[in-house]
Design a protein around this ligand. Structure first.
Ligand code: A3P
Length: 881
């Protein structure tokens, strides 16, 4: 019998059934295993990131390459005229909320250029001069029309000012509802066309105002917006700055004469027509290049008064170099890419080095391939700078004592030594900014002791946003530098998942946020993470791209110096930032998250009695403390009942130190903490500092006749055996001339200055609203304390209303009101309050009446403005007694 099928079939048929089944199962199992193994290897073998290092194709700025604009004569510049102006800009805005106005202000602020905004109105015009000097070296109009349509009187004043002081004007063409064709710009030989769509912007390399901005490149693509204005003129005073092509075809059809290739979008007026130099912008600051041209215009038109340096420092920290989940860490190829990117960046930015932060605890916590990556990194440790992070990435503010923090740091230091990581950089960073700001004293102490840290950085001082407000400070001899953001965070690993997509990153690099950070900030410290260097190596792409773009479009000189040198450089540039200004950590969620849970904001005062000295402040302090719901500070061993925090060296001890002076209230909504330091009143640092920490606090001040106050203070100094006061009569002190010995002049100043009440009160009113300020009459406090205390309670809104009538009694032997004790006896203030001394001599009194008259006149105006009654002594002084 023959069977169907070939020989194999025959062979198969000969194999018993169970064997076939087993073979099939085995084969299946084998293929599944192979697929699994293959998949494992594929997943473990890293593919190269999708991006190659970016290429730079910058053309060199060369005027011959641009035959469109002929080289023009340079304007005459008279620096001497301009030397009589202040380095500040006057910005005319349309309203307090107008978008462009706010952007102009923000850009000036970001570059730390001083400015004042004025709302353009027909009625008032700001004063431009002060004792023969110009108050501004630049004028800016948010809307050109407001300049052109200014009433003749004001326009004449402004133009004359610009001519006399050689001050230029920047103006932006506002949006126009009509399509303007060949519209003349005021009475200038300049014409504009509006509402166009433009593309491909280039710069005129011969334009004299280019300084920061580098010509030679063309920005390809559509310019943002459809409402561009372009300028045309045949007059030699006009020099094109930027030009673009139109993509509004209808415009080209309508206007046959217009050259299709170039349209001027930013035009410089060299001042050859009417003597005033100007720059006209055909659109707002939305186009990134306008931000640069705006800064260049400011430099040029202010003749360098509002100038920027071209030097920019950049430091790239790579934080958490060993901290990262398995699968997201660096492998050998990433480390190699890091080293070669560093050398390419070094060719663009002299001194460039990546700065690596390590937490030794996480070393070798990846998979096998990643652990090899860690080792390759350490084998190349010498290629980089290194800085310590916390040993196990813990947040310093969670440690209550310094010694446990130190133990952690010692572990990390031991790790560094074992693995050849340098330990002498002097720079450190704390996880999540914890402990740096709001400051956690143990962190600073431990850093200093274990690592000899001298410099750190944070985004948190004073707040994370807006970045232009970030500042530095020095605390416990550690320089804290502001840090910038580059858009890469721990979770920013793959370009496909970049927030907003790839175009968002490209935009930030090519003229957007990151690029502008380089423009505006002279010292840039960027924090990146290990994960940004593995995976898609986004950080390498980002930094190489942005640096190349910066070099294409700007003349900025980028540099990298070691952190310690950078810290010194920063405070050389901004010495005014050395001293910190403490803020209330509880006002900011992010600050609260990195503040010790053992601290509470309830231990901060709700009101301050600020003085001045000798007006009855101790009596007020004592009377307030009698109230069941008003709690005073604990006494200080050095300054007794006064804490004197905001005015002197104590301020640098920090807010933890300050809070130690206050009890923790059992009921924080009912109870009012307060402190009285009579020297706060006339110290110009205090209102700013007090407001930064206690913006909602109420401020209480007491005034008496300033001449009497001065005399009481002089007696106080004598009682404290002050040698100069003992050796000079009061008359000699207050009439001391500039030729008098320094010690006498100092005493005179300290004696008389606090009595210039209006000057000091204005200073407080610059920071606190009038509704938070209570001005008490010291004479009334002395003669009728009950009604003064009633007024004070009402102002503070403290409950319950305390009946001072039955708790204060006039004590004839003291000559003052004193506290009635439960025993029925009175308890008066000590001998140093209500001293006995002879009355002031008539001559001195007359002298001081005259001396204080202008200040008293100002005080009466101020009190009237605040809707307050004038005290009797002030009325008498104004009446001339
Ligand atoms: P004299 O000692 O020159 O009289 P301060 O506490 O701010 O240093 O002010 C001291 C002044 O408070 C005293 O100055 C005194 O005139 C005044 N004063 C007002 N009420 C007082 C009171 N009830 N007891 C003592 N001094 C009082």
């Amino acid at each position: 019998m023959t069977t169907r099928g070939g020989p194999s079939m025959k062979w198969a048929l000969r194999i018993p059934q169970p064997y076939i089944k087993r073979a099939i199962i085995l084969a299946l199992g084998f293929s599944l295993l192979s697929i699994w193994i293959l998949a494992y290897y594929v997943s473990q073998t890293k593919q190269n990131p999708r991006w190659e290092p970016p290429q730079a194709n910058c053309k060199l700025a060369d005027s011959k390459a641009n035959p469109f604009f002929p080289v023009r004569p340079q304007p005459m510049r008279d620096a001497a005229k301009n030397s009589r102006t202040q380095p500040a800009a006057l910005v005319f805005v349309e309203s307090a909320y107008s978008k462009l106005g706010q952007e102009i202000a923000a850009l000036l602020e970001a570059n730390r250029l001083k400015y004042k905004t004025e709302i353009v109105s027909g009625k008032s015009f700001p004063s431009l001069t002060e004792v023969g000097h110009g108050k501004y070296s630049l004028v800016i109009f948010e809307n050109l029309n407001k300049y052109l349509l200014m009433d003749k009187w004001n326009r004449d004043i402004l133009d004359r000012y610009c001519l006399e002081f050689n001050v230029g004007i920047i103006s932006f063409v506002g949006k126009s509802e009509d399509n303007l064709l060949n519209k003349r710009v005021g009475d200038f030989p300049l014409f504009m066309h509006s509402n166009l769509r433009l593309k491909d912007c280039s710069l005129n390399p011969d334009c004299p105002l280019l300084y920061l901005t580098r010509a030679g490149e063309t920005w390809r693509g559509n310019l943002p917006g459809e409402d561009w204005t372009i300028f045309q003129s045949n007059h030699t005073t006009y020099e094109p700055v930027a030009y673009a092509k139109t993509s509004s075809l209808e415009y080209v059809h309508m206007n046959e004469n217009v050259d299709r290739s170039f349209h001027v979008t930013v035009m410089q007026d060299l001042g050859l027509y009417d003597g005033i130099q100007r720059v006209f912008f055909g659109n707002d600051l939305n186009f990134w290049l306008h931000r640069l041209l705006f800064l260049d215009s400011a430099t040029y038109l202010s003749q360098g008064k509002l100038s920027l340096s071209l030097e920019r420092f950049i430091l790239v920290d790579i934080d958490d170099i060993f901290v990262g989940k398995v699968g997201t860490r660096m492998q050998t190829s990433d480390v190699k890419a890091l080293i070669s990117a560093q050398s390419r960046l070094g060719a663009l930015v002299p001194g460039f080095r990546f700065n690596l932060g390590f937490s030794g605890y996480f070393y070798h916590s990846g998979d096998d391939v990643e652990d090899v990556g860690d080792d390759v990194l350490l084998a190349n440790a010498h290629e980089f700078w290194w800085f310590p992070h916390m040993w196990a990435h813990t947040q310093p503010h969670t440690f209550t004592n310094e010694s446990s923090l130190r133990e952690q740091m010692i572990l990390n230091k031991r790790f560094a030594k074992e693995h050849g990581i340098p330990t002498d950089g002097g720079y450190a960073v704390a996880p999540h900014h914890s402990g740096v700001y709001p400051v956690h004293v143990p962190l600073y102490e431990a850093w200093r002791k274990v690592w000899g840290i001298k410099v750190t950085s944070t985004e948190e001082y004073p707040h994370l946003r807006p970045p232009r407000h970030r500042r530095g400070f020095i605390y416990k001899n550690i320089m804290v530098l502001p840090r910038q953001t580059c858009g890469l965070f721990t979770h920013t690993i793959f370009i496909d998942k970049y927030p907003g997509g790839r175009s968002r990153l490209e935009e930030s690099i090519h003229g957007g946020e990151l690029f502008q950070t380089f423009i505006n900030s002279r010292v840039n410290i960027f924090m990146t993470h290990l994960s940004n260097y593995g995976n898609d190596r986004l950080a390498l792409y980002t930094f190489e791209s942005v640096i190349k773009f910066v070099q294409c479009w700007t003349n900025l000189q980028l540099k990298t110096v070691p952190p310690l040198e950078l810290g010194k450089k920063y405070f050389d540039l901004y010495p005014e930032e050395v001293n910190p200004v403490w803020q209330n950590p509880c006002d900011d969620k992010r600050h609260l998250a990195i503040w010790s849970k053992y601290k509470t904001c309830d231990r901060l005062p709700r009101f301050l009695v600020i003085g001045p000295q000798k007006t009855g402040t101790t009596a007020l302090y004592a009377f307030l403390s009698m109230h069941p719901n008003i709690l005073s500070n604990f006494p200080s061993s050095k300054t007794f009942e006064e804490v004197q925090f905001f005015n002197g060296a104590n301020y640098y001890r920090g807010i933890d130190w300050y809070m130690e002076f206050f009890p923790t209230p059992s009921n924080s909504s009912l109870q009012y903490l307060f402190e009285k330091s009579a020297t706060y009143f006339d110290n110009e640092l205090v209102p700013k500092r007090a407001h930064a920490l206690l913006p909602r606090a109420k401020i209480v001040t007491i005034l008496i006749n300033p001449a009497r106050r001065a005399y009481s203070w002089y007696q106080h100094m004598r009682a404290h055996a002050d040698a100069v006061a003992l050796n000079h009569s009061f008359y000699q002190v207050v009439t001391a001339t500039d030729e008098a010995p320094r010690s006498l002049r100092d005493l005179k100043n300290r004696c008389l200055s606090p009595g210039k009440y209006a000057v000091h009160l204005e200073m407080w009113l610059n920071h606190y609203p009038a509704s938070q300020l209570l001005i008490l009459d010291g004479d009334q406090l002395r003669t009728d304390p009950v009604s003064t205390m009633w007024k004070t309670q009402k102002f503070l809104k403290v409950k319950p209303h305390f009946d001072y009538d039955s708790h204060l009694r006039y004590d004839p032997s003291k000559g003052f009101y004193c506290q009635v004790m439960p025993s029925g006896k009175t308890k008066c203030l000590g001998r140093s309050k209500g001293r006995h001394y002879p009355p002031m001599e008539n001559d001195t009194e007359k002298f001081l009446s005259n001396y204080y008259l202008p200040y008293n006149v100002e005080l009466s105006k101020l009190l009237t403005r605040l809707g307050q009654q004038l005290p009797d002594w002030l009325r008498e002084e104004l009446r001339g007694r």
